[in-house]
Design a protein around this ligand. Structure first.
Ligand code: ATP
Ligand code: MG
Length: 429
């Protein structure tokens, strides 16, 4: 028996209502805030990610699905990678299609995406090798901190609309790369005496990008890192002011946040603002729902013009896990078909197909039996289908053109004509 690859999974029909709801609310949020959708390829040149996400990041270091494509007679195959995230691709597209042209100063391009991402991580609950993200990017000449606040306000609305409660917004500023040099020296100095106690990854991070140690999930490392100097004492004046304005914008919108000077994101490209939204404790260790930040150097890193950028991504898999039991139950219920048609006899069978067609033309969701069964069995099947109603058709019903409409939750049954049935079911839809 061939099964799914480790770290991947099937999203089954019974969960689809939850996925669709999250996607719908996200699209509605993006519509209200003026974002347009973009779809980029699932695989790109490896260089896009090694340059964009950064050679020193965990993602590029050990998590990418990279392969050499078949070459041609005259050419060697090139190195391609399944996208581990979508920001680098969106910025590549922004540059490739010159989306910055014909823009007035300060005008931004707002893009969003949704789709699968691939990282070769250790699979566990809420962490998969193929997972799904929805994210958004604001690109252009402006780095106004109101851009950050607006996106976070949108996320706030999104979480409230989905009734996802008990989330925490963490914010920080990681400053400008040039200004980070002095701080990184101090941090490395402070880390040095602890290297033997830090995990292998942190030793690696010490060499390549010491800031990344704050991202370590290892308990022992975390207790050491808790005493390390943080970047906020070393921020340059402009980053400091930017962060203050960003906070003022959040305050003005009544959005609550926690300043966490130890929060750095896992990608190399962030400058200044970084943030994450943590879900409720029920999610366990994998409780980061949303991650994002500013990346004012990414366009240039990818060979584009100077352009500012801010964006975020959330994990759909984890968002689905965050829906409350009652919300999930309500969504599943609303997702069930309207009516299940049960027939007795061959005349009724033919009639049931035509009635099913008419109900569907009227916009209703209909399941119809294909094989005749005993009434009791058929009704049990109707209940299992979670349809709200059963429509019962026998010879008498065909003759009188009045059919038995049974409410499957109350058990009440009425005899009605097709027009009345459509009217009744449409109101309840
Ligand atoms: P984490 O710290 O949990 O590894 P990250 O810093 O790698 O997250 P980002 O790259 O910023 O996360 O991605 C944004 C969001 O995408 C995460 O907050 C999470 O919800 C989701 N995500 C990231 N990796 C995975 C994964 N392997 N499986 C499921 N969801 C994921
Ligand atoms: Mg990660």
């Amino acid at each position: 028996m061939i099964q799914t690859v480790r770290g991947t999974r099937d999203i089954l029909p019974e969960d689809m209502a939850l996925w669709h709801r999250i996607e719908d609310v996200a699209r509605e949020a993006f519509r209200r805030y003026g974002f347009s959708e973009i779809r980029t390829p699932i695989f790109e040149k490896t260089e896009l990610f090694s340059r964009g996400v950064g050679e020193a990041s965990d993602i590029v270091n050990k998590e990418m699905y990279t392969f050499i494509d078949r070459g041609r007679e005259d050419r060697e195959g090139e190195s391609l990678t399944l996208r581990p995230e979508n920001t680098a691709s969106v910025v590549r597209s922004y540059i490739q299609h010159k989306m910055f042209a014909d823009k007035s100063p300060g005008e931004v391009t707002k893009l969003y995406y949704a789709g699968p991402m691939f990282r070769r991580e250790r699979p566990q609950a809420g962490r998969y090798r193929q997972f799904y993200q929805i994210g958004a990017e604001v690109l252009g000449a402006s780095d106004d901190p109101a851009i950050e606040a607006e996106s976070i306000e949108m996320l706030d609305w999104f979480l409230k609309e989905l009734k996802i409660a008990n989330t925490r917004l963490m914010i920080n500023s990681v400053g400008e790369p040039a200004m980070r040099v002095e701080y990184l020296e101090k941090l490395r100095e402070a880390l040095k005496p602890h290297l033997a106690d830090l995990c292998e990854d942190c030793n690696q991070r010490y060499e390549t990008n010491a800031l990344r140690v704050f991202d370590c999930k290892n308990e022992k490392c975390r207790s050491i890192i808790a005493d390390m100097p943080t970047i906020n004492d070393y921020l340059d004046q402009a980053s400091r002011e930017h962060f203050e304005q960003f906070r003022a914008h959040l305050d003005a919108r009544g959005v609550e946040y926690i300043v966490n000077p130890r929060m750095v994101r896992g990608l190399d490209y962030y400058t200044r603002t970084a943030f994450e939204i943590l879900g409720s404790d029920g999610l366990g260790a994998q409780n980061t729902l949303v991650g994002g930040g500013r990346y004012d150097k990414l366009s240039e890193t990818l060979g584009g013009p100077p352009a500012k950028g801010f964006g975020f991504a959330f994990g759909l898999d984890r968002m689905v896990l965050s829906l409350s039991e009652s919300e999930a139950a309500a969504l599943r219920l609303a997702d069930s078909p309207d009516v299940y048609i049960v027939f007795m006899g061959s005349t009724a069978r033919s009639k049931s197909f035509l009635i099913a067609r008419d109900l569907r033309l009227a916009g209703l969701s209909v399941l119809v039996e294909f094989e005749e069964r005993k009434m009791k069995k058929a009704m049990a099947q109707a209940s299992r289908s979670r349809c709200r109603y059963a429509l019962i058709i026998g010879d008498d019903e065909v003759a009188s053109e009045r059919y038995g409409l049974k409410n499957l939750s109350t058990g009440e049954q009425e005899s009605l004509g097709i027009g009345e049935i459509i009217g009744r079911l449409k109101i309840q839809q």
